[in-house]
Design a protein around this ligand. Structure first.
Ligand SMILES: NC(=O)C1=CN([C@@H]2O[C@H](COP(=O)(O)OP(=O)(O)OC[C@H]3O[C@@H](n4cnc5c(N)ncnc54)[C@H](O)[C@@H]3O)[C@@H](O)[C@H]2O)C=CC1
Ligand SMILES: [Mg+2]
Length: 317
């Protein structure tokens, strides 16, 4: 929910926080309306900022009824006052969606610290981080790559699981997150598991790949979600309070049977249990590194293990 002031924007009969009476709805927009009346006039002009589940505010300038009659001075004042208000309310970020024909407002927003997040053919999206420290907003991509680590303690048969803080259902899943540009899959799994749980581990193999198109959590683009098998080397949990609600070592068989999980985690838990009992060679997709044709560069190839007789096959002259 946005603050009381924001909620009142659409109701011209009420008073603004400084006691002034807001203008009637659908008044023409011009530079004369400054201060809180600028905010109120933009609300009357159609802007309805929305709060997302992460605590960020989204503004769509496409909502404006008559964008051409809005001048930059009025918009500047509105944005300045609104950002001040959202900061005071503890909002973490602002997402500003600007249709291409209203691009004149990009410079106005940039002067207040907004930067580009991404652009499409007919619109651009700018962001302003309001939270503590550096921005934790996810970057934009053509495909998003998420990697999770199934860290199994082979001595106890327990696997490391978390419940996400920002998800609507509190289902158990393997800790993981988005890959950084230029980062190897295995390194993402090890890094994310450490950042989210405090557990150190080593990459062993790749277990599964999930591809989903039009993913809402990836700004509508395609999402690849890979789960890796990890060998843990530390066992004392110290989980990230910002991202996780719970974190524990759970019996792998219990995870394979529980309903309190996602279909992906449940499937991979069953696969991992099969490998734990019958041998990991039955489930592992291993990794090998090769020099690329581009001098000085290497790539990683992931495939099922081959018997040496096949691996070392060469043409007999
Ligand atoms: N096991 C399963 O079934 C699940 C798989 N996934 C997959 O995991 C991958 C992503 O993992 P995550 O743990 O989410 O990534 P992550 O560990 O890199 O965390 C991303 C961070 O960005 C934050 N964030 C995301 N959108 C935001 C926004 N609009 N404003 C502010 N903060 C925002 C999140 O709260 C989180 O703290 C994806 O590939 C996704 O498909 C995600 C959830 C469940
Ligand atoms: Mg995560």
């Amino acid at each position: 929910m946005l603050g009381a002031w924001a909620l009142r924007w659409g109701l011209p009969a009420r008073r603004a926080p400084n006691g002034t009476r807001p203008p009637p709805a659908r008044v023409p927009l011009c530079g004369r309306r400054l201060g809180s009346s600028a905010a109120l006039s933009l609300a009357a002009a159609g802007l309805r900022p929305q709060l997302d589940k992460f605590g960020g505010v989204t503004v769509h300038l496409a909502q404006l009824h008559a964008p051409h009659s809005l001048d930059q001075v009025t918009f500047h004042r509105w944005l300045q006052e609104s950002v001040k208000q959202w900061r005071a309310e503890g909002r973490i970020a602002v997402w500003l969606h600007v249709p291409i024909l209203q691009s004149k407002f990009i410079a106005t927003a940039a002067l207040q610290g907004f930067t580009f997040h991404h652009a499409k053919s007919d619109s651009s999206t700018l962001t302003l981080w309001l939270g503590d420290g550096h921005s934790r907003l996810p970057g934009y991509a053509t495909h998003q790559l998420g990697v999770a680590g199934a860290a199994l303690d082979v001595d106890t048969g327990k696997v490391l699981v978390v419940q996400d803080k920002n998800k609507t259902t509190n289902a158990w899943k393997f800790p993981g997150g988005l890959s950084d540009p230029g980062e190897d899959i295995g390194n993402t799994a090890v890094r994310e598991v450490f950042e989210e749980t405090g557990i150190k581990s080593e990459f062993k193999s790749l277990l599964s790949v999930r591809q989903q198109h039009r993913h809402p959590g990836a700004f509508g683009i395609s999402d690849m979600y890979i789960i890796c098998r990890l060998q843990p080397s530390s066992f004392n949990i110290s989980f990230c309070q910002q991202e996780c609600l719970r974190c524990e070592w759970m019996d792998l068989e219990e995870l394979a049977k529980t309903k309190d999980t996602t279909p992906i985690t449940s499937s991979v838990a069953k696969l991992l249990l099969y490998g734990y009992r019958e041998g990991f060679d039955k489930i592992d997709i291993a990794m090998r590194e090769f020099p690329a044709v581009y001098t000085g560069l290497f790539y990683k190839l992931y495939h099922r293990e081959l018997p040496d007789t096949y691996k070392n096959m060469t043409e007999v002259s």
